[in-house]
Structure formats: C-alpha cells, structure tokens
Design a protein around this ligand. Structure first.
Ligand SMILES: *[C@@H]1O[C@H](CO)[C@@H](O)[C@H](O)[C@H]1NC(C)=O
Ligand SMILES: *[C@@H]1O[C@H](CO)[C@@H](O)[C@H](O)[C@H]1NC(C)=O
Ligand SMILES: *[C@@H]1O[C@H](CO)[C@@H](O)[C@H](O)[C@H]1NC(C)=O
Ligand SMILES: *[C@@H]1O[C@H](CO)[C@@H](O)[C@H](O)[C@H]1NC(C)=O
Ligand SMILES: *[C@@H]1O[C@H](CO)[C@@H](O)[C@H](O)[C@H]1NC(C)=O
Ligand SMILES: *[C@@H]1O[C@H](CO)[C@@H](O)[C@H](O)[C@H]1NC(C)=O
Length: 456
C-alpha cells in the first residue's frame, strides 16, 4: 500500500516536472505521438489550456498582433428614433499563439485542429458603438494550425449607435461607424491589423447583403487610429459603413397618394365656385388627407423633421388655404348677387393691372377662366341684368317721358350693379387662377425635388 502511494506520488511529481520542463523549454513543441492512432491527446495540450488566462507571448514586452476582418451579412434595422443600426456580422480574428506548435509529419499529417474556445486565450475585441450585451453563442471553436496561428470566427448581432441624418428621408444615405478595439489591452500589449483588404471585405459584404432588405450597402472604408483614454493608448480600427435606403416603398406608400390627393384638389378648381359643390368636395379631400397622414405616420421616422414631413405640412396648408379661398369666394359671390358692395379702388386697379392683356402678368383671369373652363356668367341672379343691358335698344323706347326716365335711372343702376357683379366675379376668378397656379408650381417643384433626390 505504502509503496503504491509513493509510486503514485512519484509519478505525479514526474508528470508536473515533465510539464514544467516542456513549458520552460525554448520551443513549445507539442508531443503528439499517437495522435494518428488514438486521436488527439488532451494531456498534450494541457500546458496550453492552463495558460489561457494570460496573453500567449513568451516575452511580455512584445505585443500580440491580432488581425481582424468581418463580413456584414445583413442590415436588419435602422432605428432613427434610438439612432441605432442593427446589423449581423461575422467577425474573424487571427493571432499567433507561440505555445502551440507541432510537427505535422509526426502527428499523422494533422495541420489544423479545432479547439473549443473556452480552453484558449481570446482577444477581447469589442465595438465601441455597440449598445447591447454581447450575445455571442457559447461553445464556439477556433482553428489552430501547426504554426500556432489561431483563427477565431464569431457571429455577432450588433446594435450600434449611429448618427442618423433623416432630413432627406426616404432618399437618405447613412454613414455608420464600427470601431474595433481591445477593451483591456493597450497598444503596448495588443496591435490590431487587417486580415483582408477593406475593398475585398466591402465586396463580400455587398454580395451578402444583396437581399431585398430596406437598406443597400454602398461600401465599407477603413481607418486605423490610436485611441487615447486617460493616458492609455489603444489601437483602433474604424470601419465606415455607408448604406442607402431603398425608397420605392415610401414613394409608393407616401408620395404617390399624397400627390394624387393634391392633384385632385387642384383639379377641383374646375368645379364652379358658384355651384357650391366645391367646398364640400374640398372638405372631403381634406378629411381624406388627414386619414392618410394618420395611417402613414408609422412609416415616417419617429424623430427629427425630414423634408417629407415639411412637404406633407405644405400639402395640408395648401389644401386648407384653398378651402378657405373657396369659402371666401362662395361668400363673395353670394354677396355680389344680392347686393354687390363697391370694389375698393386699390383692388380695382390691381384687378385692372392684372387683367391688362398687354402686360405679361402671371395671372390673367380671362385666359385663366378659359383655361379653367369656368363659365363666365353662371350666377342665377345675373341672367336678368345681362338681358336687361343687352336689349337696351328695344321697342319700348318711345314711352311716357316720366316712365322712360325712371326706366333709364333704374337701367343705369342695374348696369352699375351688373358691372360690380362682373368685377367681383372677375376677382374671384383671379383668385382661383392664382391659387391654381400655386398648386401647379408646388406640384412641379415637388416632382422635380423628388427626381433630383432620387438620382443623387
Ligand atoms: C512523446 O511522448 C511519448 C510517450 O507519450 C514518448 O515516448 C516520446 O519520447 C515523447 N517525445 C518527445 C519528443 O518528447
Ligand atoms: C523582450 O522584448 C524586448 C523588446 O522587444 C527586448 O528588449 C527584450 O530584450 C526581450 N527580452 C528577452 C528576455 O528576450
Ligand atoms: C497580420 O497582418 C500583417 C500584415 O498584413 C501580417 O504581416 C501578419 O503576419 C498578420 N498576422 C497574423 C497573425 O496573421
Ligand atoms: C471589388 O469590386 C470592384 C467592383 O465592384 C472591383 O473593381 C474590385 O476589384 C473588387 N475588389 C476586390 C478586392 O475584389
Ligand atoms: C460577388 O458575386 C458575384 C456574382 O454574384 C461574383 O462574381 C463575385 O465574385 C462576388 N464577389 C465577391 C467578393 O464575393
Ligand atoms: C463616412 O464618414 C467618414 C468620416 O467622416 C468619411 O471618411 C467617409 O468617406 C464617409 N463615407 C462615405 C461613403 O461618405
């Protein structure tokens, strides 16, 4: 019994000594005899596994070179409210572990081994913009070759903070950054490098993200800097991820319906204001537009003021303005048919100035009337005076002198009234034309803006 115990103790001592000697030697070659017959012997790697808490270097003054690369495989979401970009990427890191080395010829030709990462030292790479807990799955593997080069790939779903500028929504481009650096190791202990060229990385990522998501990857560029945090310097590689939104969904769901509603509202100027149909029609449109805005609110970015919101506000204001104008004109025409008030002289001269055909005025109401197809005299109370004026040289000329005088005075009054009514009708048509042209101008400029933004 005693001897057996002593024997066991001696064996243990020998084993520890053996390990220490193996570790202390100049070359840390793993003895892999029997790998080809009995599989990998865990004891052969035990010395490496025991060192996993420490950075694997022989001389601690020498920094570890970690080469990184990643492929962006999806852009899942870009949240303008939280200013977050959610993407999925595959991070790949390569470094050298001098304690792992074997001779492939002695080891049954094994050149590459996969080792569970919980047994190895791993660089603590993190993304500075990362705003979530690391959800890296457990039980990942790393590949180690016979020279000690270790390659570790890990999938990451990253929520990174990104300064989003949604002014040109939905024609916006964003430039998000992913800054990789070590969390703990300063530049004296860890130096970062690129595993693949950034152009290749960008090409591969573009190929992978070509699914029909909302965002298109334009390209990735890279810059290496030294980051200083409280007198410590850290190596950092910054990747700029440029993405652009696919605007089609928003054009179809936001711009087209809004444009149609405004166009119908513009066309409603063809409805004669005198008939009283126009105001209800415009109110219905306004209601429809509000419902549209309410429903489409989800599609708009929930923060900031994009240009498209300004456009919607302008559309709404234009519709309200035209409704107000219609109400005003309806009131005016009603007033004109009952007891037309005299037109203020400034308004009269303005009207004359604008109707003057010689001057190339933007608002020539007569032309506008024809263009708009508004019938000139449609007022119910207008018919009689027109007839009265036209049949002035009638057979009833030779009448009683007193009666004739009375008729003439009445006729003059009627003519004056008729003139006033005509002036007010002209004025209302001028306002209609003015507003109609404002609509045309607005629609043309918004179409040009959309085309301009789309093509840049
Ligand atoms: C490797 O280990 C075997 C026994 O496991 C031993 O016989 C052999 O001598 C060792 N080789 C070296 C180079 O240490
Ligand atoms: C460790 O590395 C430093 C810097 O490269 C060097 O000056 C030093 O001599 C090295 N130490 C040994 C023991 O090799
Ligand atoms: C890292 O990249 C540099 C330059 O591309 C290269 O010289 C070095 O060997 C690489 N290191 C590793 C561990 O792959
Ligand atoms: C990446 O793609 C561009 C064209 O899309 C090509 O010109 C370039 O050579 C490619 N670069 C690499 C490294 O594949
Ligand atoms: C991208 O995909 C195209 C074809 O789909 C292929 O020809 C090209 O080599 C790919 N580029 C990269 C960098 O994978
Ligand atoms: C993104 O921003 C960086 C720094 O501001 C700049 O160097 C890079 O060219 C930008 N990328 C694009 C595609 O605009």
């Amino acid at each position: 019994m005693e001897r057996g115990w002593l024997h066991g103790k001696g064996f243990l001592l020998f084993f520890i000594l053996h390990l220490l000697l193996q570790g202390r030697g100049d070359t840390f070659t793993i003895n892999c005899s029997g790998f080809d017959q009995h599989g990998v012997d865990p004891a052969a790697f035990q010395a490496v596994f025991d060192r996993k808490a420490f950075r694997p270097v022989i001389n601690y003054s020498v920094p570890t070179h970690v080469n990184i690369s990643f492929t962006l495989s999806a852009i899942l979401k870009v949240d303008a409210h939280l200013q977050l970009m959610t993407s999925f990427l595959r991070l790949s890191m390569i470094w050298h572990n001098p304690f792992i080395r074997w001779n492939p010829d002695e080891c049954g030709g094994i050149k590459k081994l996969s080792i569970a990462t919980e047994n190895l030292w791993l660089p603590d790479m993190f993304i500075q913009e990362f705003m979530n807990v690391d959800q890296t799955p457990a039980g990942l593997m790393a590949y180690v070759n016979s020279e000690g080069h270790t390659k570790y790939n890990k999938p990451m779903r990253v929520d990174t903070i990104c300064k989003l500028d949604i002014f040109y929504f939905p024609f916006d481009e964003q430039n998000c950054t992913l800054s990789f650096s070590s969390f703990a190791y300063t530049v004296e202990n860890m130096v970062l490098g690129m595993e693949t060229e950034v152009q290749e990385l960008s090409n591969t990522s573009r190929n992978l993200t070509q699914s029909k998501g909302e965002w298109v990857l334009l390209g990735i560029t890279q810059r290496a800097i030294k980051m200083t945090v409280s007198s410590n310097q850290y190596d950092q590689i910054i990747f700029y991820v440029a993405i652009r939104r696919r605007p089609m969904l928003y054009i179809i769901n936001l711009l087209v319906p809004s444009g149609f509603l405004v166009a119908i509202d513009a066309l409603s100027f063809y409805l004669p204001a005198e008939s009283g149909n126009r105001a209800p029609f415009k109110i219905t449109l306004l209601l429809g537009y509000n419902v549209f805005l309410l429903m489409m609110n989800d599609l708009l970015p929930s923060s900031g003021t994009p240009l498209i919101s300004v456009y919607f506000a302008l559309c709404l204001s234009l519709m309200v303005l035209s409704l107000l104008e219609t109400v005003f004109i309806t009131y005016l025409l009603h007033l004109a048919t009952t007891q037309p008030p005299p037109m203020p002289s400034w308004l009269h001269s303005l009207l004359l100035h604008c109707t003057c055909p010689r001057k190339c005025c933007p608002t020539a109401p007569h032309k506008g009337n024809e263009g708009l197809g508004l019938p000139q005299a449609q007022l119910p109370g207008l018919k009689e005076p027109v007839e009265l004026v036209e049949k002035s040289p009638g057979p009833g000329e030779a009448e009683v002198a007193g009666g004739s005088r009375w008729t003439r005075a009445q006729r003059e009054q009627e003519a004056q009234k008729q003139h006033r009514v005509e002036l007010w009708v002209q004025f209302s048509h001028m306002m209609d034309t003015l507003l109609f042209r404002l609509y045309l101008l607005f629609m043309a400029s918004s179409i040009l803006t959309v085309i301009g933004l789309w093509n840049t």
